[in-house]
Design a protein around this ligand. Structure first.
Ligand code: ADP
Ligand code: MG
Length: 364
């Protein structure tokens, strides 16, 4: 029997779970994109008791995000966090022709902001360490498949081959000192594979500056946890079952880390009975088909967790296990495969509860 996931409205999700004190504290469910850009006030500006959460929801980066904090400076911390989300969304959005990334893609060269520079640096080191699985130059492929416009199509082999010629982060020039990027002919970049993780990491820094010791941000399918719960116990994070998104694959009990999942069920279209999702294998130019149906990364580094969730989803179970063995000090993972198996790396094996049989990936 699978753990049954209760269904809450995303806007009420974190609050109701925290207050209810049962089930998972937070579920990484993806939320419906309503296209609304509204920012909704949470608990307002009234005085808040130390154990009462302050929570605000914002629609950004194509998803609903909920920021929650506890303690005396929770309101200021949450307000600053929401402002930071909006600032980063404006900077990074490929859907906004005026964003820094869009302007770079149009002109082919630009000197970028510090935030974008940090992300490009980390994206390029992920490109190297993952053997090219994580590649921010897949954007022309995202366009070809229609993921940027929602006018989906399965491209011809010729169109794929042509577009693939421009893909490859090794063809991009990056000068870290001057923060100057120069794209190769026909290249365009998209930081969508790490933007949410970077944003959640920035929110943890803002919490820190405000002295918030307990809080979290949930960004459509991902969470980043500051400290533990106010009673000192760990947060319980539900991981969605990729085969049936109404159910949970399992629950992680963790603190002070990001928990970020990539799955083919998050954004996809169907044609002639085949499902095509938004995580592209840069080797084939097609949606990754590695046998991994969901990759969850647990790490203190949100950007790394986001980049690796995308990467391990593309790599498949063998390569992903090998990658973890080489980088076990940086992250842990829960992986589900299409044959119904669930794998967890050694470092979080004791923190993971699952009804199915779980294979523990060990270092040797
Ligand atoms: P989501 O953002 O939907 O939670 P991911 O973190 O896995 O899921 O990121 C998927 C996004 O990353 C895509 O929408 C696209 O913008 C970008 N992307 C797709 N394939 C790759 C890839 N191979 N390397 C880097 N970024 C990618
Ligand atoms: Mg990712």
């Amino acid at each position: 029997m699978k753990l049954k996931r209760n269904i809450w409205l995303a806007s009420a999700l974190v609050c109701s779970l925290l207050l209810a004190g049962c089930g998972a504290d937070t579920s990484q469910e993806p939320v419906q994109d309503t296209g609304s850009a509204a920012v909704q006030e949470g608990s307002g500006n009234t005085t808040v008791a130390a154990d009462e959460p302050v929570s605000r929801e914002v629609f950004a980066m194509d998803t609903y995000m909920t920021v929650t904090a506890y303690g005396a400076s929770a309101q200021d911390a949450v307000d600053d966090a929401v402002a930071e989300i909006e600032r980063l969304d404006d900077l990074l959005s490929v859907g906004n022709a005026d964003s820094e990334i869009s302007r770079l893609n149009q002109s082919g060269t630009a000197t970028v902001s510090e935030d974008t520079g940090v992300m490009i640096d980390q994206a390029l080191s992920l490109f190297d360490s993952t053997g090219g699985a994580f590649d921010i130059t897949v954007f022309p492929l995202m366009e070809l498949w229609g993921f940027t416009t929602e006018e989906y199509q399965v491209p011809s082999d010729d169109a794929l081959a042509q577009t693939l010629q421009h893909v490859g982060a090794d063809k991009l020039q990056w000068d870290a000192d001057s923060r100057t990027v120069t794209l190769d002919d026909g290249q365009e970049i998209d930081l969508g594979g790490i933007a949410k993780g970077y944003t959640s990491g920035r929110i943890m820094e803002i919490f820190e500056e405000h002295g918030v010791t307990s809080g979290l941000v949930s960004l459509g399918g991902n969470v980043h946890l500051k400290g533990a719960k106010t009673d000192g116990s760990k947060w319980r994070v539900g991981i969605q079952d990729p085969d049936n998104t109404e159910d949970m694959l399992g629950i992680l009990e963790v603190e002070d880390c990001a928990v970020i999942t990539s799955g083919g069920y998050e954004r996809y279209f169907e044609q002639d009975g085949v499902t095509y999702h938004h995580i592209i294998d840069p080797e084939t130019g097609k949606p990754a088909d590695s046998g991994v149906t969901s990759a969850t990364i647990v790490s203190k580094d949100g950007t790394l967790a986001d980049g690796l969730s995308t990467s391990l989803f593309i790599m498949g179970i063998d390569q992903a296990s090998e990658y973890w063995k080489q980088h076990a000090d940086e992250f842990d993972a829960v992986l589900a495969t299409e044959d119904g198996k669930v794998y967890v790396t050694e470092g979080i094996a004791d923190s993971f509860t699952c009804d199915a049989d779980v294979t523990v990936i060990t270092k040797d």
